[in-house]
Design a protein around this ligand. Sequence first.
Ligand SMILES: [Zn+2]
Length: 242
Amino acid sequence: MRNVLAVGAHPDDVELGCGATLLAHAAAGDAVTVLVMTGGENGPGDSRRVAGRRAEQEQAARALGARLRWGGQTDCLVTADAATVRVVERTIEETGADLVYVHAPDDSHQDHRAVAAVTLSAARRLSRVLHYQSPSTLAFAPSVFVDVTAYLSGKLAALGAHASQVELSAMVEPDAVVASARHWGAQARIGYAEAFAPTRMVLDLAPVAPRRRATDAPATAPEAVPDAWRLAPARPLADTLR
Ligand SMILES: [Zn+2]
């Protein structure tokens, strides 16, 4: 079982960036925690809608099968300082996280940049840190993909919980979510994918079948090399000059 932590600056950032992957983690029996650093006070809508944003995030976390933590920061004013690093560090310690998802560092939203920076500091001892894409991400060259074909509708359901943002923001369009997943899926030669740019990613090769005994013969021995592929011994130099 893995302990997974997904960090986002605002309500709906995590669902949009890696929601289907978190569903895949939950289905695999992993413990998933979502850390939302601000309450989204500057998102779209009037004060009543903004007040409901926390309840929406709580509903979205339930849809993902994730525990929810709040980072206690102010929307649009997140600073990449030691106190904010400590907020993420404390969550890593308390959850025992060994895999962290966070915003891509190159982003036009200052909160996204700050949250990526503080998470990189907080996760400096971890072996697995992956960056997800947001609508405001700038440069993004992913090389790690997760097959989310079975979880895309669940991601849309989790995003649907963020009614005040999804209805009012052109940044969160369900058809764009599906098109993006298909694009990354085509890049990864699978159906639908979420894409990640790693800061570090150690592959997990834990055996899925009972461990073989050391004395067992390999399941498939290497085939003998056909004669046509054998290297011809070099002829003596004297022969070639004759
Ligand atoms: Zn955001």
